[in-house]
Every structure is written in C-alpha cells, then in structure tokens.
Write a protein that binds this ligand. Structure first.
Ligand code: ADP
Ligand code: MG
Length: 703
C-alpha cells in the first residue's frame, strides 16, 4: 500500500547524526568529536577536514549539491547562503565535489544587511559563522535541490553576538555550571552537566492559498488588518480537538514526514480553539536543538502548505475576534545522569533538593519578571497577551494545589509535614477503571505553569524564535542557583541552612504564585496590589533589557555585554517601527486602492438603482437608506484614512530608536484601529460580490 509509512526508517534520514558519524568517521576522529560535544573545546583543522569529507560524501550520496552555514540572525528567522561543492575543473575538465574542514567550521557571510543594532556599521561588514557542533547538520530538500545545512552561530568581527544562538549556548553553559553546584551539595558526584530540555508546542493557522493571495494584508503583514467577524466564531467549542478534515489531514501527514526526515520528533497534532487553527508538538530536546527544530518546524509548515494549495499563518493574531496563536515553551533541567531537577517525586514536601530548586525558580521568576515578559514580546504578541485568550502581560507562577500547599506550609511554619495526594478519579461506570488522579489540576490561564516535571512558559509568540525565552530562563535560574550555592557551600550545618534558605526564598517571593483565573480583571488589580509588574506592550518591555539589574545579570554570566544588550534594544525598537510601518502602509494601500473604489462603485450602483426604482413607481427607501448609510461610513473611511496617512508620515520621518517606536505605538496604531472600524462596518453592508477581498468566513471556514 503506497500509504504505508515506515517511520522508523525515515526518521532522521536527512540528519548527519551521531550514529552516522560513528559509522562514517575513523574511531579516533569520532571520539574527538563526541568529546567536544560533551566537554567543549575546538576541533583541530585536521580533524575538521576528515569530518567535512565524511559529511560531504554523505550529503552528496543523498543528492546534495550545495552546503550552507545555517544561522539565526536577529530577524527572528533563519538565514542561509548556498555554496556549491564544485571546485575548479582540472585540465581534463573534470570537476571534483569538495568541502574542507575550514569551510565546515567557519564561514564569512557578508553580513552587513543583518540587524546589528549599531554593533557593526556597513564599512566593517565582517560577520563570522561558526559551526555549533552540538546541533547536527542536516539536509533540506526543496525546489532548489538538496542543501547540506550546518547549524552555526553568527558573530561580529569583534566577537559580539549578532544572533540568537550564541547567547543561548552561553546561557546553557551558565545554568549547567550553577545547577551542578546545587546537585553536588546534595551528594550527586556523578553528573558532569545539567541540560535545559525544551519542548515547544507550535500553533498555526491554515488558509486557502488562492484566498490568501487576494488579501494584501495577509501577504504583507501576515495578518488581517481589516475584516468583519464571520457569523460564527469559536463559541461552539467545536473546533478544538475536532475531527481533522481530509485536506488538513493530508497536510499534517506530509508535514510529519518532512519533519521526521529532519530528525524533528513531531508527536502531537490537533485542531486548536479557533476555526482553521491547529497545533503541532514535538518531543522535547536539548534547548539549542529544540530552538533549531522549532525554526525548522515553522519553515516546513510554510513550505508544505504551499504544496497543498494552502498558506500557513504563523502570526500571533491573524484574525481579530478569535484566538491567536502562541507557543508553549516547556522547560526543565536534567542532569547527564538522568535526574530531572524539576521532578517533585511522590512526596515533594520531603524532596529537599526539589524544594530548593523550586524556591530558586520562584525567586528567579519574581526578580526578573520584567525580563521574562520582554523575552516573549514581539509585535504580534501585543495583540494577544492580556486579551483573554492568552496569558496576561503579568508574570505569575501556577504551582497547582499540591505544591502551593507545600509552599504555604513552609512559609507559615517553616515545615512541610504533609502532602496532598492525588487520589482516584471515580468514573461511576462499572466497566471503566477508576483512574489515578494527578495531584494537580491544570490552569490554562497562567503564563508560567508547573506541569508535573517541567515549567510551561506560555507567553511566547507563535512566530517568534524560542531562543530569547530560553536564554532568559536559563540565565535567571543560573543566577538564583549561584546565589544559593554561594551560601550553602559555606554552610556549617547544611540541612539547617538549606531549610532556612528555602523558607526565605519562598517567603520573599511567594507573591508571584497565583493559582486563580489569570484572564480576570480582578487579577490585574490583585497583581498591582502585590506589586507585580504589568508591562503592557513590546515597546514598553524593551527597556527592561538595559536596566542596571539586567546589565548586571547578563554580564555576570557572560550572556550579553552591555553593548550587546544596547544593540538588541535598538533592534527591537526598529523592528517595532518597521513592522508597524508596513502594516500602516498596507492599510493605506488597501483602503485607497481597493476598498474606497469598491464602495464608490457600490454607491453609484445604489444611486442608479434609486432612480430606476423610483421611475418604476416603486418604493426606493431601502436603496436610498442604504446609500445614506454607506456614504456616511465611506466619509468616515476617507477621514480616518487621512489621519493614518499623516500619522504614518510623521512617525516615519523620525530618527530610528525608542522615540520613534513609541510614536508608532501611540499614534500610528491608534489611527490604524480608527480606520478599521468604518471599513468593517462597510463590509457588513456592501454587496459581497463587490467587496474586494475574501471575508473572514471565506478564510477560516472554507479551508
Ligand atoms: P499539553 O498541550 O498538554 O501541554 P503536549 O503534549 O501538547 O501537552 O506538549 C507538551 C510538551 O512538553 C511536549 O513538547 C513535550 O515533549 C514537552 N515536555 C514533556 N516533558 C518535558 C520535560 N521534562 N522538559 C521539557 N519539555 C517537556
Ligand atoms: Mg501545553
């Protein structure tokens, strides 16, 4: 049967995995490579040559013609420049496919056109890419052919990072070092490394490609900028986990195969809350690999969609009025001898190491709530966070009944003597077994929820890289581990000191715990009383990167220098301004060239009809009332369009930076909202045949 898939066979088929290296590399070379993967260090050029040759041979066997250093500049997506393996032909005109160790480990793209936030000016355009040996090379197959992709980091000539990967790797080392100090205190002498494991659940929308191509806003902005609601939204709860339609099923199947080939362990797929919305979750992986995989997931989602006559929207809020998309970043810390530091065990109240780790995480999240909030902000997420569909912009931690009870006991009495138990879930049906109940229910409204043996950071935007969120998590937790280890390593009575420290951290930071409804207005007030920051937008969050607290934190663990932080802040302001500018120009274009002309035609049609109906001696009041109503909205459209044109021009003329970003947020965004209102009203009245683009209903219900 042609439909049969041999998943075991295709899984990782396009990855130059450790297994393939073991098969293809001389023993000694393989040992050198694995040693560097485990312990760090540099490949000698000699060894690199051997690895490069094996990698090239494998890639060529699989049909690859080019290689690329695949990196993640600060655009949020990936970058690649292909080089063929071809070399100068010999005197007989014979060409040999070559790839040297030098080409494997280092690249030098002319990178002056990537965002650098002032770190690098165009006259010193040198940027370097360097192989991240801990993330395997892979082959991407698409219309350009098969390309060998080598995951790399991307730095300036001066060594400053210009990408997401470098700080991520730095943060992984920092949290590993500090976490090791903690596990040593509890007698674990075997572990040599602690790795952040990450699983990112990816939400996305699929729309019909033909319809997508008729919407300038989807093409340029990735989201609808106009659009009256469809008669039906998500109120029936009939899409979430609903049966997957054939067309979507075929897409998901194809997507899975592509991802499995790339070694991405796509596992879970389902329909999401909003119509036309879906989710894919892979099995978790080491943080840097998961960051790569998530980029591959997003890229492959788009690529496969076009094959199926679909278009994949990764924007955080493609449609107003229904849920947008996010990414749940599941995060835990695991030692290389298999201990998950976030596993509470059956009786968390007796698991002192777990309680200390938990106390440290609470402290980290409370102390650096502003940075976590920042790490999950992007332009699209401004439309989603706090809109009663995604976590609020306020950071809080959900622990669940069992752990919250343990924390309360510790805070109140200094001892946690008891522990709530899960018990049985009684189904009441004699043929069904009673199920063991988790001691903790779920809470979907919390931005940072403990879910059994990991934390789930639910704020990240669907189109964003998960790198920043994980850099921040790793670093803030490294800091609190470091502070705890500094105290405990010197303790005379370890048990006593540890007990006191857990109590202190929990007491000082339990204000950040919240188990209630994060979508409610009461929580916003309550959070304010507790003094928790509520940073409402992306531009307001940027500043958190350059506070003395942030500079000190990221500097101490060598994640970002002050200059790198400044440059990232600059880039974020610019990104906000540029993105909003594109959206404003798209609205201006659509309103001026499509919507107003269409409505003008409709008014002409109505006016002619009024006359014709009158002449025929019939009642023309419906026609003339409609004409009056349409004309009024048309006038409002023109007026609000003019306001937007001025607001955009004014903001665009300002020098790039913070002021400009705030100008866009304050005046341009407001003017965009004002223009949308009369247009959406018009869409409800104007003859559908004459409306210049597909409606929300067409887009989300007719996929
Ligand atoms: P849900 O939607 O119920 O939260 P999913 O199964 O869709 O659950 O997603 C959970 C994600 O968390 C998956 O990507 C999974 O691999 C990941 N995950 C599970 N355990 C861990 C862990 N210890 N550390 C990091 N991620 C984990
Ligand atoms: Mg989840």
């Amino acid at each position: 049967m042609s439909n049969m898939l041999n998943v075991e066979e295709i899984f990782g088929e396009n990855v130059f995995s450790l297994g393939k290296m073991r098969e293809r590399l001389p023993k000694k070379v393989f040992a050198e490579v694995t040693k560097i993967i485990d312990e760090g260090g540099e490949l000698s050029l000699e060894t690199a040559d051997v690895v490069a040759k094996a990698m090239k041979d494998w890639a060529v066997e699989k049909g690859a013609t080019h290689y690329t250093h695949w990196f993640q500049p600060l655009t949020g997506i990936t970058a690649e420049k292909h080089d063929a393996f071809v070399t100068n032909p010999d005197e007989n005109g014979h060409m040999l496919m070559e790839f040297s160790g030098k080409e494997l480990i280092k690249g030098e793209p002319d990178a002056s056109s990537f965002p650098s936030g002032g770190l690098r000016s165009t006259f010193e355009a040198r940027g370097y890419t360097a192989w991240d040996i801990t993330s395997p090379a892979f082959i991407k197959e698409d219309a350009v052919g098969a390309i060998l992709c080598i995951p790399t980091v991307f730095c300036a000539y001066t060594g400053e990072s210009l990408d997401q990967k470098t700080p991520l790797l730095r943060s992984m080392e920092a949290v590993s070092q500090q976490a090791l100090r903690i596990v040593r205190l509890f007698g674990n002498t075997e572990a040599t490394k602690v790795t952040p494991s990450v699983g990112a659940e990816q939400e996305y929308f699929l729309v019909d490609r033909e319809k997508y191509l008729q919407r300038k806003d989807l093409i340029y902005a990735g989201r609808t900028l106009f659009g009256a609601p469809a008669p039906k939204g998500q109120e029936m709860d009939d899409h979430y986990f609903g049966t997957i339609r054939e067309r979507i099923g075929a897409y998901m199947k194809d997507l899975n195969v592509e991802l499995w080939k790339l070694g991405v362990s796509a596992k879970t797929q389902h329909n999401e809350v909003a119509p036309a919305q879906h989710e894919l979750a892979p099995i978790f992986a080491t943080a840097n690999i998961e960051v790569d995989h998530n980029q591959l997931i997003m890229e492959t989602m788009k690529k496969v969609a076009s094959r199926h006559g679909l278009h994949c929207l990764l924007h955080e809020k493609p449609f107003a009025g229904i849920n947008g998309s996010g990414k749940h970043d599941n995060w835990s810390l695991v030692t290389d001898n298999g201990v998950n530091l976030l596993d509470p065990g059956q009786t968390p109240n007796q698991n002192i190491q777990f309680l200390l780790v938990l106390a440290c995480v609470l402290k980290a999240v409370d102390t650096h709530a502003d940075l976590l909030r920042q790490s999950a902000s992007n332009v699209g997420n401004d439309l989603r966070l706090g809109a009663h569909e995604a976590p609020p912009a306020i950071i809080s931690v959900f622990l669940g009944e069992q752990l919250e009870d343990v924390v309360e006991q510790l805070v109140e009495t200094g001892e946690a003597t008891s522990c709530l138990e899960g018990g049985k879930l009684v189904t009441g049906v004699s043929t069904l077994p009673d199920l063991d109940k988790d001691a903790t229910d779920r809470n979907r409204t919390s931005p940072f929820a403990f879910t059994g043996n990991k934390f789930e950071f639910r704020m990240v935007g669907s189109s964003d890289s998960i790198a920043s969120a994980n850099i921040t998590l790793n670093t803030i937790v490294a800091e609190s581990f470091c502070e705890a280890a500094d105290i405990l390593e010197k303790a005379e009575d370890f048990d006593m000191e540890c007990h006191d420290l857990i109590k202190k951290y929990m007491t000082d930071h339990h204000r950040v715990i919240f188990n209630g409804d994060g979508y409610s207005d009461e929580w916003v007030e309550e959070a304010e009383r507790r003094g928790l920051p509520n940073i409402k937008s992306m531009v307001e969050a940027v500043e958190t990167l350059v506070t003395p607290k942030a500079i000190n934190l990221f500097g101490k663990f060598h994640i970002f220098t002050e200059a790198e932080l400044q440059s990232r802040a600059e880039i974020l302001y610019e990104t906000y301004a540029k993105t909003t500018n594109i959206e404003a120009l798209t609205m201006i274009d659509m309103a001026s060239k499509h919507i107003i002309p269409a409505v003008v035609k409709y008014t002409k049609f109505l006016a002619d009809t009024v006359i014709a109906v009158r002449e025929a001696g019939a009642d023309s009041s419906v026609q003339s009332d409609t004409l009056t109503e349409v004309s009024a909205y048309l006038k409002e459209t023109k007026a609000t369009l003019n306001v937007l044109i001025h607001a955009q021009a004014k903001a665009k003329a300002m020098p790039a930076g913070k002021e400009q970003a705030f100008e866009y947020r304050r005046n341009v965004v407001t003017a965009m909202e004002a223009l949308r209102k009369p247009v959406d009203k018009l869409e409800m009245i104007v003859d559908k045949e004459m409306w210049p683009m597909p409606s929300y209903g067409d887009l989300i219900f007719e996929v």
